[in-house]
Design a protein around this ligand. Structure first.
Ligand SMILES: *[C@@H]1O[C@H](CO)[C@@H](O)[C@H](O)[C@H]1NC(C)=O
Ligand SMILES: *[C@@H]1O[C@H](CO)[C@@H](O)[C@H](O)[C@H]1NC(C)=O
Ligand SMILES: *[C@@H]1O[C@H](CO)[C@@H](O)[C@H](O)[C@H]1NC(C)=O
Ligand SMILES: *[C@@H]1O[C@H](CO)[C@@H](O)[C@H](O)[C@H]1NC(C)=O
Ligand SMILES: *[C@@H]1O[C@H](CO)[C@@H](O)[C@H](O)[C@H]1NC(C)=O
Ligand SMILES: *[C@@H]1O[C@H](CO)[C@@H](O)[C@H](O)[C@H]1NC(C)=O
Length: 561
């Protein structure tokens, strides 16, 4: 034994190994790797693959150095997850603000160990087509090649909105769906739509809109019009109720948006086609909320059954029809608001367009340009979703800032520590009494409504604030706000970094009253995009969700020429 060790010390190989290990450790420290447990797990996991050169040289020229460098955030997924790894606390978060169930950590290792190491630590955008190896003999979906993402991943913990926009533009320019296995008319239609949108003129603009709330109103209007003219969606008939095609979709509560979307699309004569050959998009009609209610065993700390259930479904439709096969699933989509949905769909529906409430640019492969940030809308009355709409005019909004909520996650306790009962202008509370009507009253009479993340980045408060015409103040680093590809969020809301909570009041006071009035007026303009209607109307939230999915499909089209 001693002899061997001595030999090891002599050998060059040992020196190399030591150098490599040291290099990896330094690299992770240098990058402020967000997950503390990763270094130790990497060291025990075998062969980590350090990036081959320095980050600065790999940063694309259009990006700011050391701000947007893709980090090997997902490396830890290559092996069984250590259940105490901090990122898991987020993956399995709160049930709901309403039910208030505890988050859990999963001991489920089967769902994490099979991901091949295709994309770890790529430091620059690469376009790599990778065939996922077969993991289970009868798993159809695993044999289907998909275009793995080469999207930029942020390095630092905080990705600002302009940085997200850069990532989006990058992904648009360089990441496409898989080339179809055989061509279809729909590809040509999408290609045509794409060229129309890219050449949209200013005259497509409608005069009474406020262009400042959009990234590019001409593009949006043009794309929206083409969607109305062109888009056909096929809804799979397969799938057992109530998880699929729920007879009574959940239309109230904080997960309402998936239920409303499902109902509206199923009732849409305009967009739905019975002929899948004509479809530009295929809808996988499941409810992440009902999946959880039906299959999650409370206290089990395992979502394996939920993940498997969805995987079986995809295997089934991929085996029964060839639509999935044609594009590797990239023209299929899901709309899911439960926080767990991001995790549940991560593998089996990785190639699909996923509209998700839990849209964290740093996690779970949420891919800007492919996936869509779904608004989390708290619907209080499913019969009358517009109940209590609106709020006081700006001059009568006497409270500077309002927040109330449970102490979910790490951020809210910090918010309360700094601002609860500290300042009469700052109405920052914990959970209000159930029968306390002042929650809505505060939203209606405050200038700014604080939307602080809970266990996950998303919060129903963002849409609630817009609903009550209160300027949203989003404190949730890395949260991709809804319809990010369309809306210019910074024109009507305020983003405060989590680290700046102590400075919150000064940040708000630094916004002039004039500027506040402008933002508040824009909130009122953008409001129509966040409203549910029993019968959908143009530009409402149903159409906006469908539009963002359409838009991403159009810009990822990759036809056979
Ligand atoms: C996870 O890591 C912690 C320390 O990083 C260690 O104490 C624990 O035993 C590990 N758990 C497993 C299941 O590997
Ligand atoms: C996790 O993996 C270990 C070892 O590979 C295995 O014994 C255990 O049954 C697995 N747990 C689950 C929940 O699959
Ligand atoms: C908006 O998009 C159109 C069409 O793609 C383009 O011609 C125009 O320059 C864009 N406008 C701005 C302000 O970026
Ligand atoms: C997909 O289609 C191709 C070509 O028709 C065929 O070779 C392949 O076996 C199919 N794959 C699956 C998983 O059905
Ligand atoms: C609100 O609920 C509390 C108990 O939770 C009760 O004591 C109080 O009377 C109720 N107030 C109103 C106005 O109903
Ligand atoms: C409602 O909540 C506010 C803020 O915490 C508190 O001041 C007020 O007393 C509460 N009213 C009731 C009826 O609970």
């Amino acid at each position: 034994m001693a002899h061997e060790i001595q030999y090891m010390f002599k050998s060059k190989r040992f020196v190399w190994i030591m150098a490599a290990v040291f290099g990896v450790v330094i690299m992770f420290q240098y990058f402020e790797f967000p997950y503390g447990g990763v270094v130790s797990s990497l060291l025990t996991a075998g062969s980590p693959q350090p990036p081959s050169s320095s980050p600065a040289s790999l940063t694309p020229p259009t990006m700011m150095a050391n701000t947007i460098v893709s980090a090997p955030l997902k490396t830890s997924l290559n092996k069984p997850i250590n259940v105490s790894a901090p990122n898991l606390d987020h993956n399995f978060k709160e049930q709901s603000e309403v039910s208030g169930q505890k988050p859990f950590v999963s001991a489920d290792n089967s769902s994490t160990k099979v991901i091949p190491t295709v994309r770890k630590s790529h430091m620059r955008p690469l376009r790599d087509t990778v065939t996922i190896p077969v993991m289970h003999d009868n798993s159809l979906t695993k044999m289907i090649p998909t275009v793995r993402k080469s999207h930029m991943r942020p390095l630092r913990d905080t990705v600002t909105i302009p940085m997200m926009h850069n990532i989006l533009l990058h992904n648009r320019a360089s990441v496409h769906s898989m080339k179809p296995r055989w061509s279809s008319m729909v590809d040509q239609e999408l290609l045509y739509a794409k060229s129309q949108i890219e050449n949209a003129g200013v005259n497509d603009m409608i005069t009474n809109d406020d262009p400042s709330i959009y990234r590019n109103i001409s593009r949006f209007k043009s794309s929206y019009k083409l969607m109305e003219k062109t888009l056909k969606v096929y809804i799979y008939k397969e799938g057992e109720k109530p998880i699929f095609h729920q007879p009574e979709p959940v239309l109230s509560g904080i997960y309402a948006s998936e239920g409303w979307f499902m109902r509206n699309i199923q009732e849409s004569r305009h967009f739905v086609t019975k002929n899948p050959k004509k479809a530009h998009l295929f809808y996988i009609p499941f409810s992440s909320r009902i999946l959880e209610l039906n299959l999650y065993v409370p206290g089990s700390h395992s979502k394996r059954k939920l993940v498997q259930y969805l995987k079986n479904y995809i295997d089934m439709i991929a085996g029964r029809y060839n639509f999935w096969n044609r594009t590797g699933g990239s023209d299929h989509f899901v709309v899911a608001c439960h926080d767990w949905a991001t995790y549940e769909t991560r593998k089996s529906m990785d190639s699909c367009i996923r509209a998700l409430c839990n849209s964290d640019v740093n996690k779970e492969y949420f891919e800007l340009g492919k996936d869509v940030s779904l608004p989390e809308t708290l619907v209080r009355s499913s019969k009358n979703p517009l109940r209590e709409l609106g709020g006081k005019p700006p001059s009568q909004r006497s409270v500077l800032a309002f927040f109330a909520g449970r102490m979910h996650g790490n951020l809210r306790p910090i918010l309360l520590k700094h601002w609860e009962n500290k300042d009469p202008d700052m109405k920052i509370f914990g959970k209000l009494q159930k029968n306390n009507t002042s929650y809505v009253e505060y939203m209606k009479s405050s200038k700014y409504c604080i939307c602080a993340k809970g266990y996950e980045v998303n919060s129903p408060r963002v849409v609630e604030a817009i609903f009550h015409e209160c300027v949203p103040v989003i404190i949730s680093d890395n949260f991709v706000p809804p319809f990010f590809e369309i809306l210019n969020w910074e024109s009507f809301s305020v983003f405060v970094q989590e680290k700046d909570i102590p400075n919150l009041k000064n940040i708000l006071l630094a916004i002039s009253y004039k500027r506040y009035r402008v933002m508040q007026a824009r909130v009122k303009k953008v409001q129509k995009h966040f409203l549910w209607h029993v019968k959908p109307v143009k530009y409402d939230v149903f159409h906006m969700i469908l539009h963002s999915i359409w838009y991403n499909r159009v810009f990822r089209v990759n036809p056979i020429i």
